[in-house]
Ligand binder design. Sequence first.
Ligand code: C2E
Ligand code: MG
Ligand code: MG
Ligand code: MG
Length: 272
Amino acid sequence: PSQAGLPPPPSPAAPPVLQQLRGLATLPAELQQAIAENALALVYQPIRRCADGSVAAIETLLRWHSPGRGPVAADVFIPVAEETGLIVPIGAWVLRQACGAAARAGGSWRLSVNISPVQFSQPELVPLVAGILRDTGLPAERLMLELTEQMLLSRFPSAAEKVRKLRAMGVSLALDDFGAGFANLAALRDIRFDLLKLDRSVLRLTAAQRGPVLASLLQIARAFDLPSVVEGVEQSEDWALARQLGSDYAQGYLLGRPQHDLGEALALPVPG
Ligand code: C2E
Ligand code: MG
Ligand code: MG
Ligand code: MG
């Protein structure tokens, strides 16, 4: 049959998404340079107890201020770091810096550090954590690692075995962003976590949806005997809902924005 009736091929003018992709092409080299020039920095955000607003933990978040681009969002450069393997040295640097800062600051709050699935899959992960705890003097009981359900893809040794080793050392493990991925129940069944972090997208549902959905996710946490954190608390209504539905912890801009100074993150006032 004739092709004459087919629509014309798409216009060759580059749509904005392609222009953005061209900008992305040089990101790996720029990120490599950022590491060499110490242009990466850490910020610290409090995780508060719902009961009294006190700081239970501090999450470490990575920041990149590029001289050419300005601040580059973690959601943009972390995937680049993962694809290039740069996340392995970057992640080790994050862990060492944060553990050192937490050890110097003292106190009994937990330090929480995000671990990429790529970093988690490295056979050296457990010895790396052990070595950093030894070098910095941070007690293992004060360290929490945040993992996502993608960690289940990790093999040799299995994710479950790595988690067992870390927990045997005294390190705790959080399952991050629950509800944003596949909300994989196998992750909760097969791996013993200490904390379930409910993704902030839950609070961005409609007013009619978020109460019931949050209540259901909190029930899942209880079914697995896990304390929970509600992420993305921005409004006083979010904070009220998290407390009313019985979450153990909450985190978000209302409860403290990420701070460059760890001491400042610990000293932020509790909202009313
Ligand atoms: P995450 O681990 O779920 O971290 C929480 C993200 O939510 C952070 O974004 C934080 O700044 C943001 N956030 C906190 N409170 C609020 C709020 O009330 N409203 C809104 N809209 N956002 C809030 P950030 O720092 O841009 O990080 C994004 C993601 O990048 C993180 O999600 C984590 O998956 C990854 N990431 C950040 N730092 C590191 C790191 O050092 N290592 C690894 N592997 N991943 C990291
Ligand atoms: Mg996290
Ligand atoms: Mg999260
Ligand atoms: Mg996230």
